[in-house]
Design a protein around this ligand. Structure first.
Ligand code: FES
Ligand code: FES
Length: 151
């Protein structure tokens, strides 16, 4: 089947198979490998994207469900060649180790700061509770989100 989506502000048309996830479409058909595939079960958050402004696990959304909708991936957060403040803060705070979880955390954190400009520690933990990291111990990720909030 053919789907048409708006991805990071651009209209994209592609063929997909009926059971194909949005994550697969983004990575394998639209050449946007930023969203990662770590579990493909909705457990890790590494595939997080915004679908019509709502944070979703793109591994749990069918590409067909996204037909006609607006998708923002981690690649779409930078503006005019400038990294998003969350991306800058992750680098500066040392919140990236292997980096596999990072795109999902960055999308989830950017979504939080759009809704809650100065979140409490509990609000950050709650907002990122769907994202797993096996490397950092999370503290530097929390530091990065607070640092980004202060920018
Ligand atoms: S790959 Fe989607 S939640 Fe893990
Ligand atoms: S930095 Fe390796 S999983 Fe998070």
């Amino acid at each position: 089947m053919r789907v048409e989506l708006t991805v990071n502000g651009e209209t994209c048309e592609t063929d997909v198979w009926a059971g194909e996830s949005l994550l697969t479409t983004l990575r394998d058909r639209l050449e946007l490998p930023g969203s990662k595939n770590a579990c493909e079960q909705g457990e890790c958050g590494s595939c997080s994207v915004l679908l019509d402004g709502e944070l979703v696990c793109s591994c749990l959304v069918l590409a067909a469900q996204a037909d006609g909708h607006d998708v923002v991936t981690v690649e779409g957060l930078a503006e005019n060649g400038e990294l998003h403040r969350v991306q800058v803060a992750f680098v500066e705070a040392g919140a990236v180790q292997c980096g596999f979880c990072t795109p999902g955390f960055v999308v989830a954190a950017a979504d939080l700061l759009r809704r809650v400009p100065d979140p409490s520690d509990d609000e950050v933990r709650e907002a990122l509770s769907g994202n797993l990291c096996r490397c950092t111990g999370y503290q530097k990720i929390l530091d990065a989100v607070h640092e980004a909030a202060g920018r």
